[in-house]
Design a binder for this molecule. Sequence first.
Ligand SMILES: CC(C)(COP(=O)(O)OP(=O)(O)OC[C@H]1O[C@@H](n2cnc3c(N)ncnc32)[C@H](O)[C@@H]1OP(=O)(O)O)[C@@H](O)C(=O)NCCC(=O)NCCS
Length: 178
Amino acid sequence: MLTTVALTPADFERWAEHLTRQIAESGRDGRPFFSPLAAVDFESPERRARFENRLSIPLPQPTWMRAWVVEGPDARFIAHLDLNGSSIPSERHRATLGIGVEAGFYRKGIGRMLMLEAIEFARHNHIEWIDLSVFGDNHAAIGLYRSLGFEEAGRRYDRFRISGRSVDDITMTLRIKT
Ligand SMILES: CC(C)(COP(=O)(O)OP(=O)(O)OC[C@H]1O[C@@H](n2cnc3c(N)ncnc32)[C@H](O)[C@@H]1OP(=O)(O)O)[C@@H](O)C(=O)NCCC(=O)NCCS
């Protein structure tokens, strides 16, 4: 059975490998774009140091990060969700969410399982709002977020131009009920 595991600073390599595979799927094989970047450079020592540092920052101190992953049968990570605290202290009651499942594992309930884990974490850690950004034609993700109570808070038309395509960026937000 697939379960979620809290990410630790020691997981950097598997995290980077999973994200590299997952981001490469954006816009491929009929899938919608879901990343503004074609790839992320995980080689820089600064990125690794930032990753390790942010996972250790206690809440609600600015720039904290927590993440959960799902391990595939061969111990590779196949899905992730990250929750991020703002760098601005006056925003400490909010967190920003990112999520990705590798395409071979879509539609098995993994996305929903990760989202429920994050919402539960927020509830126990005095986070009152979860915010996220999603591209306008990412119907799978929008469906998932709506089903959990996220509401559209705004849309930036034509925010990105990716491979010659104009992409709207929607902000969605969830009020955490205590
Ligand atoms: C969006 C994403 C996280 C969903 O993960 P998943 O594990 O496939 O989703 P689940 O199996 O948990 O499905 C949960 C709900 O999401 C919605 N959903 C998922 N895939 C869908 C699809 N292809 N079409 C429509 N709705 C879909 C449904 O509401 C579904 O509930 P249901 O199965 O009861 O109908 C996954 O498609 C993904 O990682 N996509 C690429 C990366 C991405 O878009 N990240 C989000 C960027 S904002």
